[in-house]
Design a binder for this molecule. Sequence first.
Ligand code: PLP
Length: 394
Amino acid sequence: MTNSFHPPKRILLGPGPSDVSPRVLEAMARPTIGHLDPLFVSMMDEVKSLLQYALRTSNRLTLPVSAPGSAGMETCFVNLIEPGDQVIVCQNGVFGGRMKENVERCGATPIMVNDDWGDPVDPNKLEDALKSNPEARLVAFVQAETSTGAESDTQTLVEIAHRHDCLVIVDAVTALGGTPIETDKWSIDAIYSGSQKCLSCTPGLSPVSFSDAAIDRIQKRQHKVQSWFLDLNLVMGYWGGGAKRAYHHTAPINALYGLHESLVILQEEGLENAWERHQRNHEALRDGLEAMGLSFAVHPDYRLPQLNAVQIPDGIDEARVRMDLLKEYGIEIGAGLGPMAGKIWRIGLMGYASNARNVYTLLGALENTLAMQGYSLKHGASFTAAHAAYEASA
Ligand code: PLP
């Protein structure tokens, strides 16, 4: 007979999922009610306004897609692209590559603006690409590249794209809740995120939001959206229908309780306070790691506080470090991807997991793990440095 599954308690300090708040898990265990129950419908309205708060937008088309961040990505692309379009995709890591795939699968042509992994998207290269491709209708890029830990300047990139009459899709999967996003102030047309990173919720939901200009483009489409499930014209009937909601699909009811709770927690803390907390914990971790002799892969000017790309010292078996951390301390950190595989660790301090206790726990565990491989360090120096960083920011 197969037994129930009882996962261990880990400390999730990788690129996501991150630790889920116990309040969220408790909310998800509440009784399931019908997805058209008036009480559920009013909770959906609250989810929408909480998402508007988190994304800093008054966009009426703001909702969580019932699937993970990749589905939010696909929702933006399939609704805004028509076959034959030219789309500028800025790539500086793994997820820009996924955007390219999406554009191709929509029957459109991607025009790539490439930057080195670990660098932000270069606004000058975007401007050049727009000048050389006046037919382009859309620009897409990732604000917080989870594969490298680099942040791009969304405000500047959107402003350039708009000067060339393009709408803009922004990937905010890792950004939302950890680093500033101003959907309305920066005039972002379409934005998508994920529940499992800085929102401290379980994986499986993807907040999205669309400006009036984006809705206008969707409503004037010549071709049907090729995906029935992600067609916003249909989804709007359920999420935007007020009291008269039409059945589209069965909402993931308990998952939405969880998202609701995670957004309530975010609102209680205050968005700016959450951004500051991510920055404070990043600085303590950074100082602790540097006191250990480790260095960062990304320049400080565009380093994400919630995703720390740390260079692997010579002679260290990086996979063994990750396995020791997991087995001995219950801590998960991430490996590098693509060209960064074997060169970096990705240490996430996201959402509920971004706290001083996790910073100290990881520093101690990493000191021991590295020392076991003969890495030379002064035991305790990382704690002193992290502590000094916290004192300085108090
Ligand atoms: N975009 C970015 C920047 C991500 O980091 C991720 C996931 O890590 C995704 C998209 C895809 O999200 P999901 O894995 O929830 O489908």
